[in-house]
Design a protein around this ligand. Structure first.
Ligand code: ADP
Ligand code: ADP
Length: 231
């Protein structure tokens, strides 16, 4: 699914250069469920932005679901993002005054899906995350955990190859956070590949593999021996 070799990212501000990623090698196979951990400034966001085709590496190779990503221009990256990647953010990033259903339909409008098909797929995705009953609520009428479930439904509707989540439980209490992890585990059981950043060890224990970054390098990469299954 993901094949990365010698990936580097250098940020240049005037004559100061920061090497945020120092030659990362990483393979993620289909159906994996990976957490990325590490202290602040270790390169996690930079890694997620490159994985998500939001930013370009300075050097190295990146292959995603058979596509050679390095060297693509912004338009080509946008096509890959729409076709292959679902994003979930800490801050949900929903439009507050429109319904859950409408929020989930939005990415399909950009993808040119017909209105009937949009509605059908949005309802299906909302039912998948347990929000079938609440889909006509505006997102600002929902709890944090419910909002994140809407965001997950939105991330799924274009049937992405991979789900990328940046601190998806960071704004949630333990109970709501566990509900989100339970949904991720179900999706992963259904075959969805997930890569997630978290700095909470208890959250990472719900995934299958933990990769730890430090100073722009991977310092540890281990399988979770006793994955804690929710549900
Ligand atoms: P993390 O997500 O683990 O906190 P980041 O990927 O945000 O780490 O940052 C890695 C390093 O790159 C840090 O030293 C950070 O200061 C630097 N960095 C991140 N973004 C930029 C930027 N846009 N310009 C310059 N330096 C940056
Ligand atoms: P942080 O990790 O600093 O709390 P967010 O979780 O809001 O920030 O966003 C994580 C990353 O995703 C950011 O670096 C940003 O560039 C990117 N991002 C934020 N919003 C969007 C969006 N609507 N579409 C695509 N990428 C986004």
């Amino acid at each position: 699914m993901i094949k990365i070799e010698g990936l580097k990212k250098v940020y240049k501000n005037g004559n100061i250069a920061v090497e945020a990623l120092k030659g990362i090698n990483l393979t993620v196979k289909p159906k994996e469920f990976v957490s990325i951990m590490g202290p602040s400034g270790s390169g996690k966001s930079t890694m997620m932005n490159i994985l998500g085709c939001l930013d370009k590496p300075s050097d190295g190779k990146y292959e995603l679901d058979g596509e050679i990503i390095e060297g693509m221009n912004d338009d080509q990256l946008a096509v890959i993002r729409n076709k292959k990647i679902g994003f979930v953010f800490q801050s949900f990033n929903l439009l507050p005054r429109i319904s859950a259903l409408r929020n989930v339909e939005l990415p399909m409008i950009y993808a040119g899906v017909s209105p009937e098909e949009r509605r059908k797929r949005a309802i299906n995705a909302l039912e998948r995350v347990g929000l079938g009953e609440r889909m006509n609520h505006k997102s600002n009428e929902l709890s944090g955990g419910q909002r994140q479930r809407v965001a997950i439904a939105r991330a799924l509707v274009n049937n992405p190859s991979i789900l990328l989540a940046d601190e998806p439980t960071g704004n949630l209490d333990t109970k709501a956070g566990d509900e989100i992890m339970e949904i991720f585990q179900q999706l992963n059981n259904d075959g969805v590949t997930i890569v997630m950043v978290t700095h909470e060890p208890e959250i990472a224990e719900h995934t299958k593999r933990i990769i730890t970054f430090r100073d722009g390098e991977i310092i540890e990469d281990k399988m979770v021996e006793n994955q804690i299954i929710l549900s």
